[in-house]
Design a protein around this ligand. Structure first.
Ligand code: NAI
Ligand code: MG
Length: 354
């Protein structure tokens, strides 16, 4: 089996974690009989400075010729953040109609968390990925008057809510059968009341899933106090973005949290660590590659190779038991390359014992 992968290393630590993760992902695929055929593209901040755009106009068409996309991160101090986030990652999510963003978070033996209730956490954030507060609708007026104002419009459509909800309930029915709908329908009385209604309709098709609506502020507290009770969290675009960073801290930090942008249709998925380009540590070789490795594992899961995804996750679990490889974000003195080498060694031990 041949897997055609478009790879966007991007900026900052993006290329560092991709360079470390790709050989491991390649080995895991090979272990399960698949070959990776990788096209690496130069999309990101440097390209934006050179050409005025972070990716070419036909980027979505290029992506469609592949089975999946592995993305590092974008963002550099000399380019306004919204140019790159809107010019690349949100653009691809919208153009490819990547309706759902999956953000699994679990705690790992041997990896400390600053949250004492975190051990045993295993949750999945399912985030609507194309509209909500990130629809891009709005504008700025009266720029020169000294009384400038901005309007940012959130869009919540029945169509988008329903497909995210169906995906989330389906995931819950394959997991522990519990789902929390995260909203703010007490204070935002248009969009989030629509969420409540649509999700109640969808829930009728999944009678085995126990579900409840939870207000986002209460959920933030619950995630810190009792995270092990949580299974699937169904969120709007904004709330899913924020709560995913909080959830990542349960697992040890942003360097531990992967994501998948997927479409219920057959378009290629886009897999990326949830973290950004981390300019504060870029170039030092100390970025944690686990989030990128786990994103690669999700890419293999969604490409019909879940056993290869499991091989990566098992190898990470084994490698992380050794604190001497932990990168500084986990409190250690290890390096990006050191983590990748340890994971690759664990993976190769699996191959040799087969
Ligand atoms: P960030 O995720 O890049 O960094 C936040 C903190 O987490 C920093 O202290 C950083 O050192 C740490 N961190 C992140 N990834 C890490 C890793 N793999 N290993 C160890 N530590 C890690 O978020 P920040 O600082 O808000 O944004 C930096 C840039 O990244 C901005 O330009 C922003 O727009 C962009 N960004 C891009 C995203 C994307 O490409 N999907 C997502 C989030 C931010
Ligand atoms: Mg984010």
């Amino acid at each position: 089996m041949q897997l055609r992968l478009a790879c966007i290393p991007g900026d900052g630590v993006g290329p560092e974690v991709i360079a470390a993760a790709l050989p491991v992902i390649r080995d895991a695929a090979a272990l399960h009989g698949a070959q990776l055929d990788v096209l690496e593209v130069d999309w990101g901040g440097e390209r934006h400075l050179r050409t005025g755009a972070p990716m070419p106009a036909d980027a979505a068409d290029i992506v469609r010729q592949h089975d999946a996309v592995l993305f590092g991160a974008v963002g550099r101090p000399d380019v306004p953040d919204h140019e790159l986030v809107w010019g690349l990652i949100i653009a691809l999510r919208q153009q490819l109609d990547l309706a759902v963003n999956l953000r699994p978070v679990r705690s790992w033996d041997g990896v400390p968390s600053v949250v004492t209730s975190a051990p045993g956490t295993d949750l999945l954030i399912v985030r609507e990925n194309t509209e909500g507060e990130y629809s891009g609708a709005g504008g700025r007026a009266h720029r020169a008057s000294g009384a400038e104002l901005a309007v940012e419009v959130a869009i919540h459509s029945r169509h988008a809510i329903e497909r995210a909800a169906r995906y989330a309930f389906d995931q819950a029915s394959r997991r522990r059968g519990r789902l929390a709908l995260v909203t703010k329908s007490n204070a935002m009385r248009h969009g989030y009341t629509l969420w409540d209604e649509v999700v109640a309709d969808v829930a009728e098709d999944f009678p085995a899933v126990e579900w409840q609506p939870v207000l986002v502020d209460a959920m933030a507290a619950r995630m810190v106090q009792r995270p092990t009770e949580l299974d699937v969290l169904l969120c709007s675009n904004l709330f899913g973005d924020i709560l995913a960073d909080l959830a990542a801290v349960l697992a040890g930090g942003l360097g531990m949290a992967p994501s998948a942008n997927v479409s219920p249709q057959a378009t290629p998925g886009l897999f990326e660590p949830i973290h950004g380009s981390a300019p504060d540590i870029a170039g030092q070789g100390i970025a944690n590659p686990v989030a990128c490795l786990l994103s690669g594992a999700m890419m293999l899961d969604h490409s019909g190779l879940p056993a290869a995804g499991d091989s990566i996750r098992d190898a990470i679990a084994t490698a992380l038991l050794d604190p001497s490889i932990h990168t500084p974000d986990l409190g250690g003195t290890g390096t990006t390359e050191g983590v990748a080498t340890a994971v690759r060694a664990a993976l190769n031990r699996e191959r040799n014992t087969r």
